[in-house]
Write a protein that binds this ligand. Structure first.
Ligand code: SF4
Length: 277
């Protein structure tokens, strides 16, 4: 976990899953992969196994240990809804978010079909929370726009779009039911350019539909130099956040233990059911 994330739209990152596989053009220069692969083979390092998928159960209850409310990007180094992560494990992550309601969680995925399916069933309890924001990545029309449709069909209370890296003009977007849009260009070596009119078109559509708009960055090879002004100003709007004080440490410890115990029980019951059938 990083408490001082460099990502402009969050405070902290929480990674109970590490590693991922690429599924669409937005993944081409995945920053998480580049970071993780740097440490492949380094004994004892969290990314000793590079970007290979790893569940990290010891990180599950980490949000209960933070002593101030945070805006938390969940799985900044992975994708919670990828195939290799079981429904039980995803539910455990959601139980933590559900209980640690003094934080605000931002869950972002490219696996929008599974997000829709689970939020419509097993994860409905988490879908309808004001402090858990559910988002999809949108990089282009072919792969990105259908994800918006999945998100709109999911019974989420707060839905957001991470339109980054923006790779082409998206045209007219259906923003119904969307609570937040983030736009950004790609950064780092080999970054694909973003044209200004692609960004301003989305900003104008958000303005018209009263969707809070956040312009993250232009990106490019030298991201800091290119800055984050769009049409001469920053755009830093967020959806409405609910705030609550952090409970006493002892209460947080009890909540963490309860979530872990119910996860262990759930895994045991399911394995018994599997053996019996
Ligand atoms: S889905 Fe996200 S974390 Fe996974 S490879 Fe693509 S960009 Fe990286």
């Amino acid at each position: 976990m990083s408490l001082n994330s460099q990502i402009e739209w969050t405070d902290a990152t929480w990674n109970p899953v590490r590693g991922c596989t690429k599924i669409s053009p937005g993944c081409k220069h995945c920053y998480a992969e580049t970071f993780a692969e740097r440490f492949r083979g380094v004994k004892g390092h969290p990314y000793e196994h590079g970007f290979d998928l790893r569940l990290v159960p010891k990180k599950l209850t980490e949000p209960f240990s933070w002593r101030s409310p945070k805006l938390v990007f969940v799985n900044s180094m992975s994708d919670l809804f990828q195939d290799g992560v079981s429904d039980s494990y995803i539910e455990a992550v959601c139980r933590v978010m559900f209980e640690a309601r003094w934080h605000t969680f931002q869950v972002l995925t490219k696996r929008s079909a599974r997000l829709r399916e689970l939020l419509s069933g097993r994860l409905r309890f988490a879908a309808q929370q004001q402090h858990i924001w559910w988002g999809v990545s949108v990089e282009d029309r072919k792969y990105g726009l259908p994800r918006i449709g999945d998100l709109q069909r999911a019974p989420a209370r707060v839905r957001f779009l991470s339109i980054e890296p923006l790779l082409e003009d998206l045209g007219e977007i259906d923003l119904s039911g969307i609570s937040w849009a983030i736009v950004g260009g790609e950064s780092g070596p080999g970054a694909r350019p973003m044209l200004p009119e692609w960004g301003t078109s989305i900003r104008d559509q958000c303005r018209e539909s009263r969707v809070p708009f956040f312009f993250k960055q232009w990106g490019g090879v030298r991201k800091a130099k290119n800055g984050r002004l769009l049409d001469g100003r920053t755009h830093d709007a967020y959806p409405q956040r609910v705030t609550a004080p952090v409970p006493e440490k002892s209460k947080c410890t009890v909540l963490a233990q309860q979530v872990l115990a119910s996860f262990q029980e759930m895994v045991q019951v399911r394995s018994l059911v599997q053996v019996a059938t």
